[in-house]
Design a protein around this ligand. Structure first.
Ligand SMILES: NC(=O)C1=CN([C@@H]2O[C@H](COP(=O)(O)OP(=O)(O)OC[C@H]3O[C@@H](n4cnc5c(N)ncnc54)[C@H](OP(=O)(O)O)[C@@H]3O)[C@@H](O)[C@H]2O)C=CC1
Ligand SMILES: O=C(CO)[C@H](O)[C@H](O)COP(=O)(O)O
Length: 483
């Protein structure tokens, strides 16, 4: 063992423990500390036994075991816990030390922490980490942002432990302030969207064909060999085939109430703040809320009993419809997610490189997929691309999928099977590709009842008019602004 550790890790739950083992495996000596010290003992005497990992009982001891300037990574519960740990460790730190928050922190908290820590002489980095337990151990995707001065020092460690896509580490500097955590937040929002879409595909296979788990598992395995190839499709195939100790399919025994820890909701709140459509992810978040209203749904199901859906006669055609719809709707979701990243980059002056971000997600993380290579390529060809659906490769894919997509959404609606994200994506696509939407009527209504003014198609943009619609209204206008 060296006299001093290269890095310190705080928080030994599933992510911290596995990241510490990953760092050690890659040649770094790691000191570890956890609020509940029993957890440290269990780790040191268990999975860390015989490894170059130093367990510490107190934060003071922990900081003395680290080479200086120190690098400390926190993997603790997001929120107040991060501030509590910072407050406790700062008295033992020296100027120039680096604190990395690898949890799912809210990016506005990270913005604040980066500023506060600068003022105290420390470098703070908000690094999104994705990949769950297995990624943390074998190579996650890492999205660091914040105090750029820290990057040359932390880069060798973080890039060594990150997943590699074609030999390139899925860890690159994202930008200043809270940008790393913002990118991770949108990653998770997209994760929500992907999971909702996959769940709808499963639901339609099950109810429009009465298919069993084994057959569906095979379909997902087949899809994982084509353009949908991704971690979430792969694990869905495994989940469908998994049996519990009684020999029954476990999936069928899991309560249909989805949990959430906040990153999907934050993605939607921030899309609203930035005025960028993120309907598919919003649908995924709201569907999780609706799923948790189990009792209400049970009552409503009795109030509105449904007929059993008609089995679709051509099984192979239905499978292809679902396959194409899943792809097209996923593309819409990524187009919306990257739209939010683009607007955030402009608004906060982060200068995000969208191609680099797509490349960071190619391996290690939960949304990893071959599809991200095509997204990276699209942004490399045109870094100002307004919307992914306008990239030539994707417009061809959408044109191929559209006949299947609209047929499936219509069938699901007709057979009274909920497929909210599939239809949200289709409606977004139709609105996006409509050059004259019915928003003229909304403007007329706003002006009619509140003198909110409107622009005219036969006048220059930016000139606002008010009509005396009833003949007895005045000429006084409301202010023209958008919030
Ligand atoms: N689980 C996952 O798949 C992923 C999680 N993340 C993020 O990584 C972070 C760690 O996640 P995970 O490993 O799942 O564990 P948890 O989110 O459950 O966090 C548990 C850890 O936080 C510590 N902790 C909680 N409150 C405090 C506090 N007030 N002061 C000090 N330490 C505290 C716990 O210490 P103690 O043992 O004393 O309770 C424990 O070490 C979270 O931000 C999470 O969102 C990111 C990617 C994937
Ligand atoms: O960050 C992650 C993966 O990248 C977590 O797995 C994710 O937070 C799970 O989110 P939720 O509990 O909200 O479904």
């Amino acid at each position: 063992m060296n006299s001093k550790s290269n890095i310190g890790l705080i928080g030994l739950a599933v992510m911290g423990e596995n990241l510490a083992l990953n760092m050690e495996r890659n040649g770094w000596q790691v000191s570890v500390w956890n609020r509940t010290t029993e957890v440290v003992d269990n780790f040191i005497n268990g999975r860390a036994k015989g490894k170059n990992i130093v367990g510490c009982e107190s934060l003071e001891d922990f900081t003395t075991t680290l080479e200086t300037p120190r690098i400390v990574m926190m993997m603790v519960r997001a929120g107040n816990a991060v501030d509590e740990v910072i407050e406790k460790i700062v008295p033992y730190l020296s100027e120039g030390d680096i604190l990395i928050d690898g949890g799912n922190s809210y990016f506005k908290d990270t913005e604040r922490r980066v500023k506060d820590m600068y003022a105290s002489g420390f470098y703070f980095v908000g690094a999104g980490v994705s990949g769950g337990e297995e990624g943390a151990l074998n190579g996650p995707s890492i999205m660091p942002g914040g105090a750029a001065e820290a990057w040359p020092r932390i880069k060798p460690i973080l890039q060594s432990i990150a997943a590699k896509a074609n030999g390139t580490p899925c860890c690159e500097w994202v930008g200043p302030g809270g940008s790393g955590h913002f990118v991770k937040m949108i990653h998770n929002g997209i994760e929500y969207g992907d999971m909702q879409l996959i769940s709808e595909a499963y639901f339609l296979l099950k109810h429009l064909q009465g298919m069993g788990n084994a057959e569906m598992g095979d379909i997902f395995a087949r899809w994982n060999e084509g353009k949908l190839k991704s971690y979430l499709i792969e694990i869905t195939g495994h989940i469908l085939l998994h049996k519990d100790v009684t020999g029954a399919y476990l999936l069928d025994r899991i309560l249909d109430v989805a949990g959430q820890k906040g990153t999907g909701k934050w993605s939607v709140i921030n899309a609203l703040e930035l005025s960028i459509p993120l309907e598919l992810i919003a649908t995924a978040v709201f569907e999780r809320y609706l799923s948790s209203e189990k009792l209400l749904r049970m009552i409503a199901a009795k109030t509105y009993p449904r007929k059993k859906p008609e089995v679709v006669s051509n099984k192979e055609e239905l499978i292809e419809e679902i396959h194409q719809t899943l792809y097209a709707a996923k593309l819409v979701s990524y187009a919306q997610g990257f739209g939010v990243l683009k607007k955030a980059s402009e608004t906060y002056d982060w200068k995000l490189n969208l191609a680099t971000i797509a490349r960071l997600w190619r391996a290690g993380c939960i949304i990893r997929s071959t599809f991200l290579d095509d997204i990276a390529y699209a942004f490399e060809q045109d870094s100002n691309l307004e919307n992914l659906l306008l990239a030539s490769h994707f417009s061809k894919e959408i044109q191929e999928a559209l006949p299947y997509w609209k047929k499936l959404v219509a069938t699901a609606a007709h057979e009274e099977i909920s497929s909210p994200a599939f239809s949200s994506a289709l409606n977004y696509f139709y609105s996006l590709t409509t050059d004259r939407l019915p928003a003229n009527l909304i403007q007329a209504q706003r002006d009619y009842f509140g003198a909110h003014t409107f622009e005219r198609v036969d006048e220059e943009p930016g000139k606002f008019f008010h009509e005396n619609w009833t003949g007895h209204g005045g000429n006084t206008k409301s202010g023209t602004y958008n919030a």
